[in-house]
Design a protein around this ligand. Structure first.
Ligand code: GTP
Ligand code: MG
Length: 418
């Protein structure tokens, strides 16, 4: 499955292929990113071929003439395959492999490949395998369809078809097995999360586009030693560290998998629990690589992914990172954020201001309350422990006296209970 990593001795030489659809202004940036992905996966890009079209060709992705050109390029550049900057449909995959007689890959396969090589924990590995199987199952359905479109009968029956049937059944079984395993691991993670929230420190989650500098920031702030590399998706598994803010308050800081535009949907499904880490946080730090010319598109992709994961109503501090790369500071803005800061996770520049901003946002997101709750409201206490800080609980005759810092949105609920 990990096409590139398994036989690293044999160098894969690929041609990057993209259709620039009308109205797509980000085609160049996307192709550059594909080149990075391919490099991270361990292959070499030996050429690119792009075609401007209204829409990509439904059955062959590229038009006829371009396919001929690509055939010639494959020979001339001694390439071992192509990578298309899209998620190919099963039919496109099948047709291209017949026409070009070379290894056909797409953006999704490359991302899955990188994730496969990066996964370290059991949860990470299961999630990747699940995503790969689902992706493969989709492709097999397509292959079967294209076989049956040949009309069935002679030439289409036989071991090939049997194998497809068997593969699909095996894949289905394997998918169910992995899902069960994943459930077990998820339970474990939820328990850990509960333990963490009993600790009652606010949780701050670092999110951002891959390679923005999230792990470097966590390492700088907490002396964690999370792998940080100039490669895409260096981090897959979430890491949480305690740290103290200048005012003495402890927080939990979590670093997790990076986002990328057009994250394959099988990956989003499989990685949901990892990607959703930010859902359980009080504040989101959105780390942006301010030195990247493609910064705006990347920020958009991050907000889009958060939306898909249904993560909203959280205070967002946008952290424009890598400011050491500028001789003169450009104007950097994020209108969607609740606050913006400018740092270099590498040199430490601006980090103090970032920490002070976190302090302010934590204070803003909480309200101090002192009240007596009826005994039936113990569920509320659980919520306070999860999302705020229960500073005192005293079981008195008239009810439970509490002193707590609670989230703003919980105040109304508390008042109703009184
Ligand atoms: N110049 C400069 N480089 C930085 C800074 N912060 C991070 N980097 C570099 O950016 C690259 C990516 O950093 P990481 O911390 O691995 O990025 P990440 O966001 O965790 O990336 P993924 O885990 O792959 O999603 C590394 O080569 C870092 O050395 C910074 O403030 N300035
Ligand atoms: Mg990282």
């Amino acid at each position: 499955m990990a096409q590139f990593f398994e036989n690293q001795s044999e160098e894969e030489r690929v041609i990057l292929v993209a259709v620039n659809e009308k109205n797509d202004t980000s085609a160049d940036a996307s192709l550059e990113e594909l080149a990075e992905l391919v490099k991270t996966a361990g292959a070499v890009s030996v050429g690119t071929l792009t075609q401007n079209l209204e829409y990509a060709h439904g059955s062959t992705y590229l038009g006829k003439g371009k396919l001929e050109e690509l055939k010639t390029m494959l020979v001339a550049l001694d390439a071992t395959g192509i990578v298309c900057d899209t998620e190919l449909t099963p039919a496109q995959m099948k047709n291209l492999s017949q026409i070009l007689d070379t290894k056909i890959m797409d953006r999704t396969m490359i991302i899955l490949d990188i994730f496969a090589a990066r996964a370290n924990t059991r949860e990470g590995k299961i999630q990747v395998e699940l995503a790969q199987l689902k992706y493969n199952a989709t492709m097999l359905v397509g292959l079967r369809d294209s076989l049956s479109r040949l009309g069935g009968g002679i030439g289409t029956r036989g071991p090939g078809e049997k194998k497809l049937e068997m593969d699909r059944r095996l894949i289905r079984e394997e998918i169910s097995k992995l899902k069960r395993e994943l459930e077990a691991v998820k339970k474990h993670r939820e328990t850990q999360r509960k333990l963490r929230s009993n600790n009652s420190s606010p949780v701050v989650c670092i999110v951002g586009y891959t390679n923005a500098g999230k792990s470097t920031l966590l390492n700088h702030l907490t002396n964690a030693d999370v792998l940080s590399e100039d490669k895409l998706f260096a981090t897959l598994d979430p890491t949480t560290r305690m740290m103290k803010l200048p005012n003495g308050q402890s927080i939990m800081l979590t670093d997790t998998v990076g986002f990328i535009s057009r994250l394959p949907h099988h990956l989003i499904q499989a990685f949901r629990s990892t990607l959703e880490e930010a859902k359980y946080s009080d504040i989101i730090l959105h780390v942006v690589d301010a030195s990247n010319p493609d910064m705006d598109r990347q920020m958009y992709a991050v907000y889009e992914t958060l939306r898909q994961l249904d993560i909203k109503d959280k205070p967002v501090i946008t952290v424009f990172n890598k400011v050491d790369c500028f001789e003169e500071m450009p104007v950097l803005k994020d209108l969607r954020a609740d606050a913006t800061t400018f740092v270099s996770a590498k040199t430490g520049q601006g980090v103090l201001h970032l920490l002070e901003t976190i302090e302010i946002k934590i204070a803003e997101s909480q309200v101090y309350v002192e009240m007596v709750l009826p005994y039936k409201a113990t569920g509320m206490l659980t919520d306070i422990r999860t999302y705020g800080q229960l500073l005192e609980e005293d079981y008195r005759e008239e009810g439970i006296f509490i002193r707590a810092n609670v989230r703003k949105q919980d105040v109304a609920r508390l008042e109703e209970l009184q």
